[in-house]
Ligand binder design. Structure first.
Ligand code: GLC
Length: 526
């Protein structure tokens, strides 16, 4: 199955390529860069939402699930994108946001119009407490209460995110049918799958009880963490809904259901989202994002995760996305190559966030220019920083948009060095490392389908074997700034197939006694 052996590349549509000079990325822009993605060697693109939206949360607030946002193009543009991508053997994965709509969705407009409107019950409405305050203590991720009072009908509506993102009532069968029909609409059109936003959080407590306090919360942490969200999301019955989602995908064989589930889940909790091979194909594994960049910690996590999934459960790994800091900013530029080798050689489906193949870093945005609804309310958690325009070349605005246009978010100041055009010319660049890794992974079953065994290694190094029949590949990752001597006694010699140190590729080494360089990562044929 393509999503088991393949690699997913995430595009944040506003930031990839602007074709019409409005400073905002669009679908014709993306089409013009498909040759680049084919050259890079990815297998599928996941697009953050492309649907019409007032952009309270930059597309995660949808006002029409079956059309294309006007700044991005039209349905005709999208159909062209599908054809152009498929002709390059690239699959298309869309982003479904079923937990909430935009406040401007016609369903919500109807729902809020009167208490007896047929769509009233499509959303979560509650009376104020006698003193006029919200129905319970639930808090929104982006700050403030999870309830907003609506004058028209004198009730509160619920929203776990921005007030512009009212929660749908998934206990209403009509909501379910409408959303399942949205999935069918796109899969019928030829789309290959969905990434489904906060899918594990669609069900709320039937009694709307107060959330209990979180004893681990410290002042200064985001306020939403001061309560344990045991009643405001992920209520019992969630897995039954996952099975219902899956049955819709099963109507379209070969399509994939990727689910955004909570960060910080245990392997056992993640494993549960595969069900009996009847829930999600790929519940996103965000485990690496929460760990220190430390060989021992990462080995322990991967060992546990790899062994803990059911036999049919395809593992997957994420090192960055539109909600998380860039790899270069988090772990340092010296380690971006190690991160690339880790992500693309573990057992499972990797997702690469656009620009990580260049080593793009977070761009600091002055407080008064923050656009992200989360960043506006929570100092230090501004997601604009990891969503800046893709860096294509050395021209002003990095080739993302016309030179004289102000892009929707600022371009990183080092774009003249960190860009596609410059790195394509340099065989030792990070971009070319990604490209070699992707090509090598594609033709090497040990990497794209083989088993995983970790091996003991010097402190600061993570070493594992990937194996498929008699094909074996050793992966050696040095998380430190010092060289280490390694002795892998099981083997005599090995051939360096890939190294972050490009000049070493093709060399044969004595595996009983050799040196892994500082910040080096390698794939070795044994
Ligand atoms: C998910 C998205 C995030 C969005 C939120 C609300 O976590 O990844 O970007 O803000 O859901 O839709």
């Amino acid at each position: 199955m393509w999503w088991k052996t393949g690699v997913v590349y995430q595009i944040y549509p506003r930031s990839f390529m602007d074709s019409n000079g409005d400073g905002i990325g669009d679908i014709p822009g993306i089409i013009s860069r498909l040759d680049y993605l084919q050259w890079l060697g990815i297998d599928a693109i996941w697009f953050s939402p492309l649907f019409p939206s007032p952009m309270a949360d930059f597309g995660y607030d949808v006002m029409d699930y079956t059309d294309i946002h006007h700044e991005y193009g039209s349905l005709a543009d999208f159909d062209k994108l599908l054809i152009e991508a498929h002709s390059r053997n690239i699959k298309i994965i869309l982003d479904l946001v079923p937990n909430h709509t935009s406040i401007e969705h016609p369903w919500f407009q109807e729902s809020r119009s009167s208490r007896d409107n047929p769509k009233r019950d499509w959303y979560i409405w509650k009376d104020p407490k006698p003193d006029g305050s919200p129905p319970n203590n639930w808090l929104a991720y982006f700050g403030g209460p999870a309830w907003t009072f609506d004058e028209t009908t004198g009730q509160y509506y619920m929203h776990n995110f921005d007030p512009g993102q009212p929660e749908l009532n998934w206990r209403n069968p009509e909501v379910k049918q409408a959303m399942f029909d949205v999935i069918r609409f796109w899969l019928r059109r030829g789309v290959d799958g969905f990434r489904i936003d906060v899918i594990d959080r669609i069900l709320k407590d039937t009694q709307f009880r107060d959330n209990p306090p979180n004893p681990d919360w410290k002042p200064g942490d985001p306020l939403v963490g001061s309560l344990l969200r045991v009643y405001s999301e992920a209520a019992p019955g969630t897995h039954d809904y996952m099975r219902q989602f899956r049955r819709v995908f099963d109507e379209f064989p070969g399509t994939v259901a990727i689910g955004e589930v909570q960060y910080g889940l245990t392997t056992q909790q993640l494993a549960a989202f595969y069900g009996d091979d009847d829930e999600l194909h790929l519940p996103f594994n965000f485990g690496l994002l929460g760990l220190p960049w430390d060989a021992a910690a990462i080995r322990a996590f991967v060992d546990d995760y790899d062994a803990g999934l059911p036999a049919f459960g395809q593992p997957n790994y994420v090192l960055g996305n539109h909600d998380s800091p860039r790899i270069a900013s988090k772990y340092g530029m010296a380690q971006v190559g190690v991160a690339a080798v880790l992500l693309l050689t573990l057992r499972g489906t990797p997702t690469i966030y656009y620009g990580e193949e260049l080593g793009m870093h977070n761009v600091t945005i002055p407080a008064d220019q923050i656009l992200d609804p989360q960043g506006k309310n929570q100092a230090g958690f501004n997601r604009d920083e990891c969503r800046t325009p893709m860096q294509w070349d050395t021209t002003p605005n990095a080739g993302f948009t016309c030179p004289d246009v102000v892009p929707w978010l600022p371009v990183a100041s080092d774009y003249e060095q960190i860009n596609v055009a410059v790195q394509q010319q340099n065989p030792a660049s990070l971009l070319n490392l990604y490209r070699r890794l992707l090509a090598y992974r594609k033709r090497t079953p040990a990497l794209n389908a083989g088993r995983y065994y970790s091996l003991d290694a010097p402190e600061g190094c993570f070493v594992y074997l990937r194996q498929f029949n008699d094909q074996q590949r050793l992966v050696v990752l040095n998380f430190t700034t010092e060289a280490h001597t390694l002795s892998l006694d099981e083997w005599e010699s090995g051939l360096i197939a890939i190294s972050t140190d490009y000049h070493r590729e093709g060399q044969t080494i004595d595996l009983k006694n050799w040196v892994v360089r500082a910040n080096e990562a390698l794939v070795i044929e044994v």
